[in-house]
Design a protein around this ligand. Structure first.
Ligand code: PLP
Length: 480
């Protein structure tokens, strides 16, 4: 399988060539040259497989430069019951992403947040850790990963990369701005290859510093700086697997169809759903849910995409979705415009100039229904009410991001044929966002037993100013 850039001006690459890089050299995002098609016979066979076996089948369709035996080891090592152990009582951790029915056969919750950091990013990031280690060892190389986090991504990256040979992680976080739990999660890691840098400032300041370091090509090359951000193709690929697993868990035969509802920020998770559908998974609808930061809901309702700046981005109770420039969206639009790279270059020139664009009235917009998306958004009050309602009705507690998905799912389910099971993707556990959950229910959600004293563990963090020079100096002193 070869990979091409959405901007059409970068060389074709194979999987391992794009694994360690970020954007394509022309500024685009890599996608497989074509989507492999899954046959009826494949679905019949796959329905009986364990999660790592299913993952191997799917990954093999997209990766031809890792021997199958090695890929099998990577899948077995990544999707293990003891890594994704935080399942609901009564669920089977061997399913990796168990399905909990809120209404039997009708409304289900696909548990994607049972990994070490209690958010769905572990699903893909754990694979990335193992793939990076494998590929770096094969090449005899090492990498220094630099990133900025407001919470979930940084911790998922650190838990995936901790103790891995050939990898160091330098993760910037805004000093004093994360929840106690998020802070404890990251800063309590004692692995010598993990460096937490708390920068005095906001998340955007940390992000700006990271961007400035990446812009310094000489520094980047000298210290082999790499990234694990959400545009990484391997992350999208890893996420395709649980759409198939969710389908198999929710249905009894491959004649059935399902709908997925996905709380969305960077369009990473739902991009995997789009690709699973393009591969032939029987998906009736993909329901996209945003919070108050609703650029993507706006697009699916109006055809207009107008990314907003930091000043227009609201801070909400589902903070991992507070995104106004969805970095993976370009992948979907590339498909929507018939993979016309010149059209993507024109559209993203408008995005980069701060203008945005509107496709309504065009042939592309006329084709949008073929892609099966519908969308909605929620407010803080909607999420609180949904958390309360679901708990009263089912005894099940959901987190604020999942509540966004659940609210939109309940609002739009009347658009689905009644026999179609609706699967809401659970993207985090409520314990991660305890303050809002307490506001909704009057009770603080319990932590999983193995994380109960996380906040009392010793923490390891360096506090530094939000200055490019300070961060470069730190990296230079500690990098491999
Ligand atoms: C990252 C994240 C999201 C958004 O996922 P995207 O892939 O960016 O759309 C939703 N919920 C939680 C809890 C997250 O951490």
């Amino acid at each position: 399988m070869k990979y091409i850039s959405t901007r059409g001006q970068a060389p074709e690459q194979s999987f391992c060539d794009i694994l360690l890089g970020g954007l394509a050299p022309d500024g685009g995002l890599y996608l497989p040259k074509n989507y492999p098609r899954v046959s009826r016979a494949d679905l019949e066979r796959w329905r009986k497989l364990s999660y790592p076996e299913l993952a191997l089948e799917i990954l093999s369709l997209f990766i031809d430069d890792i021997p199958v035996a090695d890929l099998k080891n990577l899948c077995d090592k990544t999707w293990r019951a003891d890594v994704y152990s935080h399942v609901r009582p009564g669920q089977d951790a061997r399913q990796i992403t168990p399905l909990t029915w809120l209404e039997e056969g009708k409304l289900g919750l696909l548990e994607l947040s049972n990994g070490p950091t209690l958010a769905f990013k572990d699903m893909a990031m754990q694979l990335l850790g193992n793939l990076f280690e494998y590929e770096l060892r094969r090449r005899g190389e090492h990498i220094n990963i630099l990133g900025a986090t407001s919470g979930d991504t940084g911790s998922a990256a650190e838990y995936a990369m901790r103790g891995k040979a050939g990898i160091k992680v330098f993760m910037l976080s805004p000093h004093g701005k994360m929840s106690d739990f998020q802070r404890a999660q990251m800063y309590s890691l004692q692995d010598p290859n993990i460096y937490n840098l708390a920068v005095t400032g906001m998340f955007d300041d940390a992000q700006d510093v990271v961007k400035a370091v990446f812009a310094d090509a000489a520094f980047k090359a000298r210290y082999r700086i790499g990234a694990v951000n959400s545009i990484n193709w391997a992350r999208v690929l890893a996420q395709i697997v649980y759409y198939f697993q969710g389908y198999f868990l929710a249905t009894k035969s491959n004649d059935e169809r399902v709908a997925f509802c996905v709380p969305t920020g960077n369009f990473g998770n739902i991009c995997a759903g789009h690709i699973a559908r393009m591969m032939g998974l029987p998906v009736e609808k993909l329901i996209l849910a945003t919070n108050e930061n609703d650029v993507l809901d706006e697009f699916f309702r109006s055809g207009g995409y107008r990314p907003r700046g930091a000043a227009e981005t609201r801070v909400t109770s589902s903070p991992s979705m507070d995104i106004s420039k969805a970095s993976n969206f370009e992948r979907f639009v590339f498909d929507l415009v018939g993979r016309d790279a010149a059209k993507i270059r024109a559209l993203w020139a408008e995005v980069e100039s701060g203008q945005g664009w509107n496709l309504s009235g065009t042939e592309y917009y006329a084709r949008l229904p073929d892609y099966a998306f519908i969308s909605g958004k929620s407010s803080h009050a909607d999420r609180l009410a949904t958390i309360r309602e679901i708990r009263e009705r089912t005894q099940i507690l959901i987190d604020t991001h999942t509540a966004d998905g659940m609210f939109v799912a309940l609002e739009l389910r009347h658009l689905l044929p009644p026999e179609i099971p609706l699967i809401v993707l659970e993207t985090a556990q409520p314990a991660k966002f305890a303050a809002t959950i307490a506001q909704a229910t009057g009770q603080t959600p319990p932590l999983p037993a193995d994380l109960a004293n996380l906040e009392s563990l010793p923490q390891r963090v360096s506090i530094i100013p939000a200055e490019v020079a300070a961060v470069k100096e730190f990296i230079a002193a500690n990098a491999d």
